[in-house]
Design a protein around this ligand. Structure first.
Ligand code: ADP
Ligand code: MG
Length: 330
């Protein structure tokens, strides 16, 4: 039960809420030293990624703190997964408004604890400071992979199939629901879309299973068209996407039946946190077997080709015009 007094200094906060999350890591010393050590292991590389989220930009200020915690951790785990790495550790920078309620921090730490358990990762350090500005949280995640094997964006080849995991567009539609849109959807569909926005499902089992199978891989966080565009640019290629093959959840199908124009939000909206990967057509059976083993849809949505840019082909054979390929901060 969190005490009713305001936060009593950063060291007390670290000891009370964050040190328990480092338990079991010998080099973390209960977060009482300047830094932590982790042992290098022969034959393995560390894959590292940091991602920050800001109140009012990436989450809504009144979102439940445990969900905010899980989101900032999971967006990093999604990046590690897309590179084929197994997540092990993370660091946390908590930049908190001075008047923050200690119960918010307690809820936040509770969310981290739940996901540490779910994804088998441990907190090993970070920083805690105050700010006159918006609450900001940054996680730096560390994952392991066989040396030299990190999956890349720039290694697709012309003729590769393009696959995506799970379903696309749910989070973008969920954000629309949270902003008061899509009023005529069933309550179940609205809830399903909102929870995809609030709580990404990083594909941590899929990523490492793509080693030796995928040629190029990345996670979809800024929208399918924008992110496939990154694979195109770095690989020096173009890509074609067959719109009718883009995997949709039942809730997204319901939304599109009502508002067909939302298909462009599905194609360009952010926060999917699925994995986008390419491989030669000879691997199709292996992908089907993997999808079955993981109980996760892996859908072929198009192909890499020579040229540049992403073309989305509609059912009538015409190319879909898109205003913007995806989310950008600047
Ligand atoms: P320094 O004063 O040397 O910058 P700090 O006082 O910021 O060190 O941190 C003390 C210890 O607590 C360090 O091991 C640091 O990694 C850890 N720590 C601080 N803030 C957090 C946090 N938000 N989450 C996890 N560990 C933290
Ligand atoms: Mg400090």
């Amino acid at each position: 039960v969190p005490p009713k007094t305001p936060p009593s200094g950063e060291f007390a906060l670290i000891a009370r809420y964050f040190a328990p999350l480092s338990r079991g890591v010998p080099g973390a010393y209960d977060l009482t030293d300047d830094a932590a050590w982790i042992r290098a292991e022969p034959g393995l590389d560390w894959v590292v990624k940091t991602d920050a989220i800001v109140a009012g930009v990436h989450f809504l200020p009144d979102d439940p703190p445990d969900l905010v915690a899980r989101k900032v951790l999971r967006v990093n785990l999604s990046d590690l997964a897309s590179k084929g790495a197994i997540p092990r550790f993370y660091l946390l920078d908590a930049v908190l408004p001075k008047d923050i309620d200690e119960s918010w921090i307690a809820g936040f730490a509770e969310g981290l604890g739940a996901d540490q358990h779910e994804f088998d990762v441990k907190l090993i350090g970070g920083d805690t400071t105050s700010t006159p500005g918006a609450l900001t949280l940054a996680v730096t995640a560390l994952g392991q992979i066989a040396s030299g094997c990190m999956l890349r964006r720039g290694t697709a080849q012309a003729g590769d199939d393009v696959y995506v995991s799970g379903t696309l567009g749910d989070a973008a539609l969920g954000l629309l629901v949270l902003r008061g849109g899509l009023n005529r959807l069933s309550p179940a569909a609205r809830d399903a879309l909102i929870s995809r926005y609030r709580l990404p499902q990083p594909r941590v089992s899929l990523g490492p299973a793509l080693l030796g199978l995928a040629r190029a891989s990345m996670d979809v966080s800024d929208g399918l068209v924008a992110d496939l565009g990154h694979i195109c640019e770095t690989s020096g290629l173009g890509a074609i996407v067959v719109e009718a093959s883009v995997p949709l959840s039942p809730a997204a199908r319901e939304a599109l039946r009502e508002h067909p124009a939302l298909m462009s939000a599905v194609l360009t909206g952010g926060d999917d946190y699925e994995i986008l990967f390419t491989l030669p057509p000879a691997g199709r059976e292996k992908v089907a077997a993997l999808a079955h083993r993981l109980n996760l849809p892996l859908t072929r949505i198009g192909a890499m080709q020579s040229g540049s840019g992403v073309k989305v082909m509609r059912a009538d054979g015409s190319e879909r015009a898109l205003d913007s390929p995806g989310w950008q901060h600047f």
